[in-house]
Design a protein around this ligand. Structure first.
Ligand code: AMP
Ligand code: MG
Length: 446
């Protein structure tokens, strides 16, 4: 397990006062470690979890050659490029009820989509391309010349998945399609990494919990609700610890309680420069924590590290908890700024990828959309800016993005209106109207 100091020593030019957004992501990737315990879950409970083992196909999918269309199955070697082909219908193959008889040259079998191809047959002519004639007690079809090639409209055994091959891989997030795929293999349960437990609380004496009487200078706590939503969308188990007053004893109790229960702790507020409260002091006392100034907007201050779940080595020994100390790594700390939009942006930019790594998810390169900015955006090189934007499709099909109102770091209104963040990269300067910009779409994250 890496400490702040060992990671700092691995990084060239590490400066906690001048972190870049990429530098933060790189640091966090070295700090966090994936959960180790697995749980076996029924499919209906596995949505959003991460696979802890490859899912190997126990059989070929499909298990037999079968028809891709409703039509007539026959031996394709009889097709000639410029001649029609007459075939006598000798039987019917239904999905779920194969046709067992033999089929000679000059004969065919009426077949439904998904039905097993009768032995020796390899080609299907869709029913809409043939005429059916009754001659005496027989039915005959005529296949037009040049319509088909041998093998057409037949699905081969093992075409989707071969027996023994990994159908899904460890580290894949279980999406609806992947659940369906697992079900198609007859699997009732899946081995998954256990969900992350994430505790969060808001700090600051001016923060009111819902239901408290408003008072001058105080604001309602919104951060716990955005963090709750972001964590829930990620499939984390959330532990809401409320608003914690700016008093050392309460902060200490909250951090210890959170570290005992959770894999990660998210706090908001109290990490700005010149902050006159006890939050930073308590993080320092209870953990291995770095305090950063990040070249970004909104955001800037952030604390990261690990909080120990025991008060101190001395008290642990006196309570006989020394062995517990070895088992417990403590919890990863993400000390976010207090401003409501800064919380969401730092979560999306840094916390989310780190939590995904802790969940055991395979790292996926971030997909950014390109859209034309409908307006000029002022931007200074030397910091990463995340602007709230709304992407729309123009009548010509191209993507346009506009900024959603005031970009103050406390203005949730413009965040609520946005469907993505315009990412103005570290070295980037002003954007002219019509220029393409990168957008991180909220997609399922928000
Ligand atoms: P801080 O980072 O503690 O200096 O807070 C910056 C700003 O965010 C201040 O205006 C706070 O009142 C506000 N703020 C801090 N925490 C919250 C919260 N949980 N909900 C809403 N606003 C907050
Ligand atoms: Mg504060």
């Amino acid at each position: 397990m890496n400490t702040i100091d060992t990671i700092a020593a691995q990084l060239q030019g590490y400066d906690p006062q001048a972190m870049t957004a990429d530098g933060v992501r790189d640091f966090l990737a070295r700090l966090v470690t994936p959960v180790q315990e697995t749980i076996e879950l029924p499919l209906f409970e596995a949505l959003g979890r991460v696979l802890a083992a490859d899912v190997v196909s126990p059989f070929d999918v499909p298990p037999h050659d079968n028809s891709a269309m409703d039509g007539f199955a026959f031996f394709g070697g009889q097709l000639a490029p410029d001649a029609t082909l007459d075939l006598q219908v000798v039987g019917t193959a239904l999905a779920g009820k194969a046709w067992q008889g033999s089929v000679d040259h000059g004969q065919c079998v009426k077949i439904m989509t998904g039905a097993v191809m009768p032995a020796g047959l390899d080609t299907v002519v869709p029913q809409e391309f043939v005429q059916l004639r009754r001659t005496g007690e027989h039915e005959t079809i005529t296949i037009p010349a040049g319509l088909l090639r041998m093998g057409d409209n037949r699905r081969l055994r093992g075409e989707d998945l071969a027996q023994g091959k990994a159908a899904l891989e460890e580290g894949e997030l279980l999406t609806p399609a992947r659940l369906g795929l697992a079900a198609s293999l007859g699997l009732k349960t899946l081995s998954t990494w256990r969900p992350l437990r994430v505790a969060y609380f808001s700090t600051g004496d001016e923060i009111l919990s819902l239901g408290e009487a408003p008072r001058e200078g105080a604001v309602f706590d919104s951060n716990r609700y955005t963090v709750f939503g972001l964590l829930s969308r990620l499939g984390c188990e959330v532990i809401d610890m409320g608003v914690v007053r700016d008093e050392p004893a309460r902060l200490e109790a909250a951090f210890l309680d959170a570290a005992r229960q959770a894999d990660a702790i998210i706090t908001s507020g109290g990490v700005s420069v010149g902050e006159a409260d006890y939050t930073k002091a308590m993080m320092k006392k209870l953990g291995d924590v770095a305090f950063w100034r990040i070249a970004m907007r909104p955001g800037r201050p952030m604390a990261v590290g690990r909080i120990s779940s025991i008060k101190s080595a001395v008290s642990a020994l006196s309570t006989g908890a020394a062995s517990y100390q070895n088992e417990s790594k403590g919890a990863v700390l993400f000390g976010l700024p207090g401003n409501p939009v800064a919380v969401m942006v730092t979560f999306l930019a840094f916390v989310r990828p780190a939590l995904l790594q802790m969940m055991g998810a395979r790292p996926e390169p971030e997909v950014l959309l390109k859209a034309h900015s409908v307006e000029t955006i002022r931007k200074k090189p030397g910091r990463t800016e995340y602007q709230r934007g709304r992407v729309t499709t123009a009548p010509d099909g191209s993507l346009h993005v506009r900024i959603t109102g005031s970009q103050g770091s406390g203005v949730l209104r413009s965040m609520a209106e946005a469907n993505g963040l315009i990412v103005l990269h570290h070295g980037q300067g002003n954007v002219e109207a019509g220029d393409e910009v990168d957008v991180m779409m909220f997609d399922g994250a928000i």
